[in-house]
Design a protein around this ligand. Sequence first.
Ligand SMILES: NC(=O)c1ccc[n+]([C@@H]2O[C@H](COP(=O)([O-])OP(=O)(O)OC[C@H]3O[C@@H](n4cnc5c(N)ncnc54)[C@H](OP(=O)(O)O)[C@@H]3O)[C@@H](O)[C@H]2O)c1
Length: 254
Amino acid sequence: MNIIVMGGRGLVGRNIVERLRSQGHEVSIGSRSSGVDLITGRGLAESLVGIDVVVDVSNSPTFDDIASFEFFKTAGFNLLAAEKRAGVKHHVSLSVVGTGRLEASPYLRGKALQERLIRSSGVPFTIVHATQFFEFLLDIVNYAVRGQVIHLSPAFIEPVASDDVAATVARVAVGAPINGSIEISGPERGRMSELIQRFVIDIEAPYEVQTDVGATYFGAALDEFVLLPREDAERGALRFEVWWKLSEYARADW
Ligand SMILES: NC(=O)c1ccc[n+]([C@@H]2O[C@H](COP(=O)([O-])OP(=O)(O)OC[C@H]3O[C@@H](n4cnc5c(N)ncnc54)[C@H](OP(=O)(O)O)[C@@H]3O)[C@@H](O)[C@H]2O)c1
């Protein structure tokens, strides 16, 4: 199959590219560093010539401001219009569990709009919703830290290894479009504040975690269950403790 991975140089994208190439597929990468810009449209039409499947794992450079909403709006519009013109047979998009339920977050409002653009595009599609990557826990810390204190919601989360998500997206990319969504989460459930507390201890960061039911998550207030996946979600196999021991974070000198 001829596949292009938009965002194929990112965390989950490069893993997907490697998996698909090792299965013998012809895989190209769409990202600004490879000459494709989803915002300006530079190189986009050319990149889709002869492509059967587009995997979109591009990402906004920011998480907590209106620019993230604008990124998904513009990139989604440009990409799907170009795919329609090129006759792409399957659009696969990686989105976030909770999208559509957290409109106060500009980032997740952007992901919700991206999903609506996909559903109305006329291009056959599959949307994969994933929970927070283990790697993303550090971004949550950076978002929530004020001085030495991290204010976090006690909402439940089921974080997942990006490697497990990449495996699911790569499998979906070579399957038939379902014109709907599937979900993947991690093997364990915990409260965000408690899981981050463990993470902060693991990385030996000098922060105090405070549980705060009013703490926002990238702009959105959370109820306890809003970040949990559907009953029929796939479960990633890698447990946090195992991922942690294998990760670069465990070896880093914090
Ligand atoms: N992190 C999580 O916990 C999580 C959970 C669920 C779902 N997701 C979703 O997973 C996706 C991938 O996340 P990630 O963390 O792997 O992303 P990432 O590491 O930030 O990578 C982003 C990719 O997007 C490309 N990109 C950025 N701006 C672009 C533009 N204007 N045109 C073309 N390419 C552009 C970047 O390459 P260049 O800089 O070279 O352009 C890079 O390859 C996102 O859609 C995110 O919503 C993430």
